[in-house]
Design a protein around this ligand. Structure first.
Ligand SMILES: [Zn+2]
Length: 309
């Protein structure tokens, strides 16, 4: 199965600032609790839900976009040098991601799901932390860092296998990164990347790419359609920790709004979806969702058990 190249042409939108006066965020969790109490809630999560796990957000205060330009599909496929840089940084970032643990926000989402209050979870994150917290059937809109795909033969393979091969090919590679980004990319200088050796597909010798949607790449159409059907079936849509800057997530919020399905947002800063939402709660996610769970009498794991695996 070869991923279609036809749709990959847009330059990414990397920033968004409100062009209109948006209502300020509230601290009232009542509407979020009410929506969850009535069930059928579709969660749409973004990088903001993983910041409390030590993975910084792109945007907002200290956002990594200020020092990091995400890899684009165009750069990755066009240049061996770009791929070496990508894999060196991503290989290092992978170790950090491997240590990240789900936080109270992920655990609350899993608890709501267990209680039958959710109709689904769509995440824009590639960190696997919802699943690590126990959520099932999570739709990974932008793919997962856990898998690698060959751009020539289409074979999928586990990332840990590639990590092993990269370790072997780059013995002693252990630079100290200045930071880590939500796409698993560690901040390394070109000097630190050095002559890092990339390894090819073990099946055909082709170019390996993480099975994630890069900036400038489109989400596979079947995945989009699946998400659209989840939005159609949802009683409400709850956005958690996303500025909705990229269209890949924003379109579902628009779809919900167009069909009269209430959209509720919990995000620290204003979002591109605010004018479609009935409320935006500006509270830290872990604490906010734990509070809501408490009000609904939904027990949330303390994280000790779920983090042990
Ligand atoms: Zn291959």
């Amino acid at each position: 199965m070869f991923r279609t190249l036809g749709g990959m042409r847009t330059r990414p939108t990397l920033s968004w600032s409100p062009t209109e006066d948006l209502p300020p965020g509230t601290t009232d969790l009542g509407p979020v609790a009410d929506a969850l109490r009535s069930g059928g809630v579709l969660v749409l999560s973004g990088a903001g839900i993983s910041t409390e796990s030590g993975i910084p957000d792109y945007r907002g205060e200290g956002g990594s976009l200020s020092r990091h330009t995400p890899m684009t599909y165009q750069d990755f496929t066009a240049s061996a040098r770009a791929r070496r840089r990508y894999w060196a940084r991503s290989h290092l970032g992978w170790r950090t991601f491997g240590r990240a643990r789900p936080n109270a926000g992920h655990r609350a989402v899993a608890a709501f799901e267990r209680r039958g209050l959710l109709s689904g979870v769509i995440t824009q994150n590639v960190d696997g932390l919802h699943q690590a917290a126990g959520s099932e059937g999570v739709v990974e809109l932008h793919g997962s860092l856990d898998r690698v795909v060959c751009l020539s033969c289409g074979a999928f393979s586990p990332r840990r296998e590639l990590a092993r091969r990269l370790e072997q090919a780059n013995e002693g590679f252990a630079p100290v990164a200045a930071g880590i980004n939500p796409d698993g990319d560690a901040d390394l200088t070109d000097e630190q990347v050095g002559d890092f050796r990339v390894v090819p597909c073990a099946v055909c010798g082709g170019i390996l790419k993480p099975d994630v949607v890069f900036f400038g790449e489109t989400v596979p159409p079947q995945r989009v359609e699946h998400c659209r059907s989840l939005v159609r079936r949802a009683a409400s849509v709850l956005v958690l920790g996303s500025s909705l800057t990229v269209m890949s997530g924003l379109r579902f919020v628009r779809q919900a709004a167009e069909t009269g399905t209430p959209v509720l947002i919990v995000n620290r800063d204003a979002t591109r979806g605010d004018r479609h939402a009935v409320t935006r709660v500006a509270l830290p996610l872990g604490a906010a969702l734990t509070t809501v769970a408490g009000r609904l009498g939904v027990p949330v794991d303390d994280g000790v058990a779920s983090g042990a695996g």
